[in-house]
Design a protein around this ligand. Structure first.
Ligand SMILES: C[S@@+](CC[C@H](N)C(=O)[O-])C[C@H]1O[C@@H](n2cnc3c(N)ncnc32)[C@H](O)[C@@H]1O
Length: 279
């Protein structure tokens, strides 16, 4: 496989279509990541009255908790490239009367916000989705006020993230190899390259901590749904397969997961890095 011929616009369109496809079901797996979300928000240490951007927000699960933390005088903007994700978030925020939470569709590499506007930016499991992460970081830095905080999470190295790697292994065995390599979701899985990327983007005070994400799935179907909810591009490609191929994939996943079986279902332990930095 080669990266020659990689088309960033096409890639983003596929991710957007995939996350739009799964928007209504995205937060079914969210309870699995409650502790991770808490770790991110603890690092952000949001204060009443602050202006905060939740970037690549999905339906805004982080943004909802953050909106409560900044209170009525604060302002939360949840922004994502997949507008169906935002529509789900908006519907729920309206139903819950969260008047300080707004939604704005945008590509993280081209943000429609003013310079120096936000006190903090949150970016949960999103940096590796961007074809040009350095452009997204430059945009984040631009919209942060001087001294503003960025807190983000990324997957650890492939061998430490069975939540994703089991499904990817099955896909690689059953489906034809893509002609063009996609950026790996594990590419910031080690603290060194992640810290370098943040420093090169002009951030200081970088600190990176490891977070263990434990997930329990009562069935292999539950595992597969949780994977699809996290992998927009894969969800889009798999959504277009015929039933027979989808069945083959499902039974491949069932076999693959035997390695994680215990009395009450299947367990995975995955490594996530949580990084904090300042403009
Ligand atoms: C794995 S989800 C994480 C969602 C949320 N931050 C969370 O922690 O639950 C990744 C999100 O990134 C969004 N995304 C992908 N590419 C993007 C881009 N170029 N700009 C903005 N959002 C993007 C997807 O639409 C998706 O909602």
């Amino acid at each position: 496989m080669s990266t020659a011929g990689f088309d960033a616009r096409r890639f983003k369109a596929q991710e957007r279509a995939g996350f739009n496809r799964i928007a209504e079901h995205y937060d079914e797996g969210a309870t699995l990541r409650v502790d991770l979300q808490r770790a991110l928000l603890d690092d952000a240490a949001l204060q009443c009255g602050e202006r905060v951007l939740d970037l690549a927000s999905g339906p805004g699960l982080l943004a909802r908790d953050a909106a409560v933390q900044v209170g009525d005088d604060g302002r939360l903007v949840a922004s994502d490239i997949a507008e169906a994700m935002l529509a789900v978030g908006q519907r729920r925020a309206t139903a819950d009367g969260l008047a300080n939470l707004l939604f704005a569709a945008a590509d993280a590499e081209h943000l429609p916000f003013a310079d120096d506007h936000f006190d903090a930016v949150l970016l949960g499991l999103g940096l590796f989705m961007f074809p040009h992460p350095e452009r997204a970081l430059a945009e984040i830095r631009r919209v942060l006020r001087p001294g503003g905080r960025l807190v983000l999470s990324v997957w650890g190295p492939r061998e430490a993230v069975p939540l994703i790697s089991h499904a990817q292994d099955c896909i690689a065995r059953i489906l034809p190899k893509p002609k063009v390599e996609r950026p790996s979701v594990f590419r910031f899985g080690h603290a060194g390259p992640l810290e370098l990327l943040l420093r090169q983007a002009g951030f200081g005070g970088v600190s990176i901590a490891e977070h263990r994400l434990h997930c329990h799935f009562p069935s292999h179907e539950a595992y597969w749904q949780a994977f699809l909810a996290l992998a927009g591009g894969a969800a889009e490609a798999i959504g277009r397969l015929d039933d027979a191929l989808r069945q083959r994939l499902a039974s491949e996943v069932a076999g693959e997961l035997e390695a994680c079986r215990s009395a009450d279902g299947f367990h995975t332990d995955s490594l996530v890095l949580v990084a904090s930095a300042r403009r």
